[in-house]
Design a protein around this ligand. Structure first.
Ligand SMILES: C[S@@+](CC[C@H](N)C(=O)[O-])C[C@H]1O[C@@H](n2cnc3c(N)ncnc32)[C@H](O)[C@@H]1O
Length: 319
């Protein structure tokens, strides 16, 4: 199935053209591509009998489905996709403890989701597809992940090659291409993206145009504390992360959404970050939350800015 066959308002010629360009690019025998293409190809012969997307760990296959040789192949393929930022996953009994406890974010948004059965969903910046898999028990018609990074693209395709879910798709595109999808989606997940955009309000305008009338946006962002509708603009990095532009308050995000024409804008969750939710593991061995925060004052980042909150908003495209 190709979702473009039924997504009539999408700019299908342009999307197909981009797909072709991506395919030709990835077919080149470049070291940087092969690093992720090879593990994907190494386990192409395997397909899980058992899957479960309703528990905290996205589960694909059980340990007793594989012989020792195939289990080793799967283990090596999974290690090749390190660092694992989002999860947890359980792949044929191999427990992948990711940096983020993404089930916590899912559990915050799940009660706020509209009825998804038969609906078309976009997950912008979907990483390895953790949340895409979690939508499957809600019986969507199609879930399209947008993810421009090669590692995540191959990681998702490897996982879904094992899982065999035929209504999950990943496009190796960024939010920059969302304007190819006017009037297309019933739900857009825009999580962990907005503070990386140099023009966040312009992006929200394009996101609204990609929603069908009545469609829902779930927006999650890092935020600074405070009731004023303001945003921090760091000198270079925020919590050591480069490419961070505007870090708003929840009230500021609400105003951005309202000003671009969203209706029923609601802040439904706000919580401080912690090293319980984001931490170093055997599957992500680089620095993590504790390294980003002032060791003598946990209310500040290492740069001396207010430490991040996470805020969640829900909004509707009135059409
Ligand atoms: C902070 S992570 C958030 C991942 C996930 N949405 C979540 O909330 O857990 C940002 C993700 O956006 C992806 N990304 C980077 N540039 C992007 C772009 N221009 N458009 C869409 N996604 C992008 C990154 O590769 C990464 O997977």
């Amino acid at each position: 199935m190709d979702y473009l066959d039924f997504l009539h308002s999408a700019n299908r010629p342009a999307i197909r053209q981009l797909r072709q360009e991506t395919e030709s690019r990835l077919a080149q025998p470049k070291k940087g591509f092969l690093r992720f293409r090879e593990p994907y190809e190494a386990i192409q012969h395997l397909r899980a009998k058992f899957t479960d997307f309703s528990s905290d760990a996205v589960t694909i296959g059980q340990a007793d489905e594989l012989n020792q040789a195939d289990r080793q192949l799967v283990y090596e393929a999974m290690r090749a996709f390190m660092p694992w930022r989002k999860g947890p996953f359980n792949i044929f009994g191999i427990e992948i403890d990711s940096e983020w406890q993404s089930q916590r974010k899912w559990n915050r948004i799940a009660p706020m989701l509209p009825d998804l059965s038969g609906k078309v969903i976009a997950d912008i910046g979907c990483n390895n597809g953790y949340y895409m898999f979690r939508t499957i028990p809600h019986q969507p018609k199609a879930v399209i992940g947008f993810e421009p990074f090669l590692q995540h693209y191959y990681c998702f395709n490897t996982l879904n090659q094992l899982a065999g879910v035929d209504n999950l798709f990943m496009e190796m595109m960024g939010v920059e291409q969302i304007n190819l999808f006017p009037d297309c989606f019933d739900l857009i997940l825009l999580m962990g993206i907005i503070y990386h955009r140099i023009s966040p309000v312009e992006m929200l305008r394009e996101i609204r145009a990609a929603l069908r009338p009545g469609g829902t946006l779930i927006l999650e962002s890092q935020a600074i504390p405070g009731d004023e509708p303001v945003a921090l603009f760091p000198e270079s990095r925020y919590a050591k992360v480069p490419g961070t532009y505007f870090v708003p308050t929840a009230a500021c995000l609400k105003n951005w959404l309202t000003r671009v024409g969203f209706a029923e804008v609601e802040i439904f969750c706000c919580h401080p970050m912690s090293n319980e939710e984001q931490r170093r593991t055997d599957w992500m061995t680089f620095e993590s939350y504790s390294d980003f925060i002032d060791p003598t004052n946990p209310s500040l980042t290492v740069e001396g800015y207010p430490a991040p909150l996470r805020v969640f908003l829900k909004a509707t495209n009135p059409g």
